[in-house]
Write a protein that binds this ligand. Structure first.
Ligand SMILES: *[C@@H]1O[C@H](CO)[C@@H](O)[C@H](O)[C@H]1NC(C)=O
Ligand SMILES: *[C@@H]1O[C@H](CO)[C@@H](O)[C@H](O)[C@H]1NC(C)=O
Ligand SMILES: *[C@@H]1O[C@H](CO)[C@@H](O)[C@H](O)[C@H]1NC(C)=O
Ligand SMILES: *[C@@H]1O[C@H](CO)[C@@H](O)[C@H](O)[C@H]1NC(C)=O
Length: 239
């Protein structure tokens, strides 16, 4: 049987003209034969992005979305409606990464087409901030168009069920990213503490006391955070 197959293969290969073997169809045959690749894409982190935001993949390859700091999704949309889930499309659901995690949540998506696959993050305003990507973009201009279209939307629509892939976990040490430093990725998203400083009436008075002791009060820190949140809301509403 093996012997027969070998003969059959030999005959088939030698029957192919040279230009077929080295031309386009020959390359396609090679792509089919090659092992599927796992292509990492980092979602979130210090900034709300997909990195990289353009990926070329063959049918059968696996896009492994690795979720860094924040709470993001990889959700399929269209060029026409960049921040709205495509009906029946791919959706990872929300996958958070919090300080101190030693594992990373992943969403493995098997590529089933070489046509462009448009993806966005459905969390809050992330899509409007440009957190989108394309698998197999037609060209560079298409990515620019997609980002611009996303930025031009008012809000995002959440996906529903997880679809088009499987969620899993990998060790942080095997991930394609280093998480943001704990302080920068605080629950408030950073930037809040400076706003709490102005209420001090005169900086000279606390300095006269023992600053080391004053800084150690946990109650004081909590009060500052609460105050900051209350103050930020009206500002957001004003916009
Ligand atoms: C992530 O976001 C989803 C949707 O807003 C929410 O239900 C979930 O609790 C969030 N998870 C974390 C850890 O913040
Ligand atoms: C703070 O105290 C210093 C020293 O007493 C004084 O020169 C300064 O004017 C005070 N500033 C305010 C804002 O009260
Ligand atoms: C503040 O208190 C600490 C601990 O009691 C002490 O080591 C330090 O010398 C004090 N500093 C000042 C400026 O009083
Ligand atoms: C601050 O308080 C913590 C917990 O009570 C203590 O371990 C630490 O030594 C204190 N630090 C200073 C500078 O007083």
């Amino acid at each position: 049987m093996l012997f027969f197959c070998s003969i059959f293969l030999a005959v088939s290969v030698s029957a192919l003209p040279a230009d077929t073997m080295y031309g386009t169809s020959g390359l396609r045959a090679n792509l089919k034969a090659r092992q599927a690749q796992v292509i990492p894409v980092v979602v979130g982190g210090p900034q709300d992005t997909f990195n990289p935001n353009a990926v070329t993949a063959a049918v059968g390859d696996i896009i492994q979305f690795q979720f860094s700091n924040g709470n993001h999704t990889a959700t399929q949309s269209t060029l026409e409606a960049p921040c709205t889930p495509l009906g029946g499309g791919i959706n990872s659901g929300h996958i958070p990464f919090q300080d101190g995690q030693t594992t990373v949540g992943t969403f493995n998506m098997v590529v089933s087409t070489t046509d462009p696959i448009f993806m966005f993050c459905s969390t809050g305003p992330h899509c409007q901030e440009g957190q989108v990507m394309i698998v197999n973009p037609s060209n560079t201009q298409q990515l620019l168009d997609f980002v611009k279209a996303a930025q031009g939307t008012d809000k995002s629509v959440e996906g529903t069920a997880i679809a088009g892939g499987t969620t899993s976990q990998i060790e942080l040490t095997n991930a394609a990213f280093v998480p943001a430093p704990a302080e920068a990725a605080g629950p408030d998203g950073g930037g809040a503490p400076p706003a709490a400083a102005p209420p001090v009436t005169n900086a000279t008075e606390p300095a006269a006391e023992n600053a080391t002791g004053a800084k150690n009060g946990t109650a004081k820190e909590d009060g500052g955070k609460t105050e900051t949140k209350e103050k930020r809301l009206p500002v957001l509403l004003a916009f």
